[in-house]
Design a protein. Structure first.
Length: 285
């Protein structure tokens, strides 16, 4: 079992890594993100980079977000560090089921790993220890999350589709029956997967986001009114991704993004907001 001290150390390291990624995205830091973070942590911790490598796994594809969004090539040191983080504790070959059948923490981590491995395989296949990332089950769709004018859930009989990692995905892996939960918990759960809201990534989670735009809009608004800035930033990032994807939304995500950016909330919410701004084509602050 992970101790509270270890959990805190990993969370703080992930915050520092998010700050490095944010600086790289804004052009105010160096080109490297993961490599310099792992090297610095190894020097401070007497040569043990374990916590820093864990932070890479926590942040997921956002470690590579500066390169995805700017079109730049990641340094070899960065992709090597990310490859080491993935190979040190490889994703399960049999991903956990979606909640409530499985635990939410394991399911969220499996999807974050999928996003990181998929982006790394696209940007630098040579340093990717996971050539075909295992695809976890997608999130159940929520009854009151989807507007009435959206198409119904695709049945398994419609055949296979390709995930962004190249893995063949059965549509039946996404539960077809609506989840017996409201839009509040559903939107918060999807917000935990905000690192998947990047150009070039697509899969069952993204399909669920497309089908649940109303639930996401409600979730982002609720979190903002409750001053839960981290949750608001994560869910609003999905709205920005949907806007860039061409999905019709029940609200304009730009003012919401700007408002969240002014309120702050920490390094990871700031990174979520910066990514959302890029997706919306807003001028960087």
């Amino acid at each position: 079992m992970i101790s509270e001290r270890s959990r805190t150390a990993h969370s703080e390291s992930a915050d520092q890594l998010a700050r490095r990624a944010l600086d790289a995205l804004r052009g105010t830091g160096g080109a490297a993100v993961a490599a310099i973070h792992v090297e610095a942590a190894a020097a401070e911790a007497g040569g043990d980079p374990g916590v820093a490598l864990g932070a890479v796994r926590i942040l997921g594809a956002d470690v590579l977000a500066p390169y995805v969004l700017t079109g730049q090539t990641p340094p070899a040191g960065d992709t090597a560090a990310i490859g080491l983080a993935l190979s040190a504790l490889p994703p399960d070959e049999t991903p956990p089921p979606a909640p409530p059948a499985g635990t939410e923490e394991a399911w969220v981590m499996a999807w974050i790993d999928w996003g990181l491995a998929s982006v790394l395989a696209r940007l630098d296949p040579a340093n990717s220890p996971v050539r075909t990332a295992p695809l976890p089950q997608g999130p159940p769709r929520c009854d009151d999350a989807a507007p009435r004018n959206l198409p119904p859930t695709t049945d398994a009989a419609d055949g296979d589709r390709q995930g962004s990692s190249g893995a063949s995905v059965r549509e039946g892996s996404v539960p077809g029956a609506p989840a017996q939960e409201g839009w509040v918990s559903w939107s918060v759960r999807l917000g935990k997967l905000a690192s998947l809201a990047l150009p070039g990534l697509d899969g069952p989670v993204h399909d669920a986001a497309r089908a649940g735009v109303l639930g996401l809009a409600r979730g982002a608004t609720r979190a903002s009114l409750r001053r839960d800035h981290p949750t608001a930033a994560r869910i609003t990032r999905w709205l920005a991704w949907l806007h860039a994807d061409g999905t019709q939304l029940p609200l304009d995500p730009a003012p919401l993004t700007e408002n969240i950016g002014l309120l702050g909330g920490g390094d990871r919410p700031a990174l979520d907001t910066a990514v959302a701004r890029r997706l919306l084509g807003l001028e960087d602050l």
